[in-house]
Design a binder for this molecule. Structure first.
Ligand SMILES: [Zn+2]
Ligand SMILES: [Zn+2]
Length: 427
């Protein structure tokens, strides 16, 4: 019986493969594609709840809060296990865990770009990271803006690594020791930081880099002087935003840039000053990565930002939870690899409570027939979120808080009450 069910599921999944051409997440295969058919079967069984998570075959990051492998992961494991898909890519992005700071290495073919280098104290760690990659030089170095958590580590890095093409930095500088050290290391290499021309394009290996920022030439806040780059490798796009904030986000939209992207480097460490709804709607990322430190004093990432990403069905990674995060692109699909397997805490669902409805007397002539599908408060197979109007399976990893729940006995009742199915648990 179970075997039959599994075979049917396999058939369904195979049929759906053709439709899954978008970027995908395979946090559960290693770099050698070492995944066995047995693992794939187990993942699939777990994804549908046939078998509980036993702790050996998969790491916690591969499963949701209930110890079940997510269906999308199971699909991907199956694809890889049967050789339908290989995850070798010529393009990679490393979000280096530098605590409450940012540093990102982008590599395409033989070319490399380091976007930011963390704080002064991170200089050694970033240099070691580059060395471990076998790098002895960088093609490009990009200081997104003059704040220490981005420029600080560059003095150390530039001391050890020659930049073969260009060092980019915005026009706005800072009168700080770390910025001066960055400049003097540039000078040592005979380089003057270049302000990238807005709207210009250059190549990094086979990928194309477009300059979207800084858009605000007279920004008071250094964060809004951040260099913003969109890098496209075949069918996959990455948007790197430094600490650009909402005014910059709006200006980029006004400039008519094509912001749509698969992976968003979340602005300003997940601060509420960035990642506005309007911006997210333009970017529509499938994945987001937040560079931030555990228990940082700023409260990054902000709960509202996590909620916005969650509402937009973005798979969000965080360096504070997962350490170094690597993304590989083969031009069509994406694979994520993380150092740590801390499960992603789903954001508190919709912390904003809806405005209280003013009590109004129902007009006398209104018929008081109850709707055909009355929700069953307190019981039921389906869990609705009264704020987002989405409904979930009780096993979903992103259930709303108890006070924001409404229960429906059937799927039809939920839909009749204008609730839409969650994209994760697909009830
Ligand atoms: Zn920063
Ligand atoms: Zn900043």
């Amino acid at each position: 019986m179970k075997k039959q069910l599994l075979m049917i599921l396999c058939a369904i999944l195979f049929l759906s493969f053709a439709a899954t051409a978008n970027a995908v997440q395979i946090g559960d295969v290693n770099l050698n594609n070492e995944i066995t058919t047995a693992d794939a079967r187990l993942a699939l069984r777990q994804s549908v709840g046939l078998e509980s998570f036993d702790g050996d075959a998969f790491s916690a990051a591969d499963t949701n809060a209930d110890g079940l492998v997510t269906t999308s992961d199971a699909r991907m494991i199956l694809r890889v296990s049967v050789g339908l898909q290989r995850f070798e890519g010529d393009f990679s992005v490393d979000f280096i865990d530098v605590g409450q700071a940012k540093s990102i290495l982008v590599q395409c073919g033989n070319e490399s770009m380091l976007i930011d280098a963390g704080n002064v104290a991170d200089g050694d760690a970033v240099s070691n990271f580059l060395k471990a990659k076998g790098l002895t030089s960088l093609t490009y170095a990009v200081c997104t803006h003059a704040h220490e958590d981005h420029v600080g580590g560059f003095a150390d890095v530039l001391d050890g690594f020659t930049v073969t093409k260009t060092v980019f930095a915005p026009e706005a500088t800072a009168d700080t020791a770390c910025y001066r050290n960055f400049l003097s290391e540039c000078e040592e290499q005979g380089k003057t930081p270049v302000v990238p021309a807005l709207g210009s394009t250059f190549s990094l290996g086979e990928s194309t880099v477009q300059v979207y920022g800084p858009v605000l030439t007279d920004a008071d806040d250094l964060n809004d002087t951040s260099i913003v780059l969109k890098i496209t490798y075949r069918d996959t796009d990455f948007l790197f935003t430094g600490d650009a904030q909402t005014p910059s986000e709006h200006a980029m939209i006004d400039n008519g840039y094509d912001l749509s992207t698969d992976v968003l480097d979340v602005g300003h460490h997940g601060s509420s000053s960035s990642t506005s709804y309007v911006f997210l709607r333009e970017v529509m990322p499938e994945f987001a990565v937040i560079s931030c430190g555990a228990d940082n004093e700023y409260g990054h990432p902000n709960e509202d930002v996590l909620s916005r990403l969650h509402d937009a069905d973005v798979n969000t990674y965080r360096t504070d939870l997962q350490g170094n995060i690597k993304v590989i692109s083969n031009g069509k699909a994406l694979a994520f690899y993380t150092d740590k397997n801390e499960p992603l805490a789903p954001p508190a669902d919709d912390p904003i409570t809806p405005p209280e409805e003013k009590p109004t007397d129902p007009p006398a002539e209104t018929p008081t027939d109850p709707p055909a599908n009355e929700p069953n408060i307190g019981t039921g197979e389906y869990v609705g979120n009264i704020n987002t109007k989405k409904f979930h399976l009780p096993t979903c990893s992103s259930l709303p808080k108890e006070e924001n729940r409404i229960y429906f006995a059937t799927r039809d009742t939920a839909i009749a009450n204008e609730y839409t199915p969650c994209n994760r648990c697909k009830p």
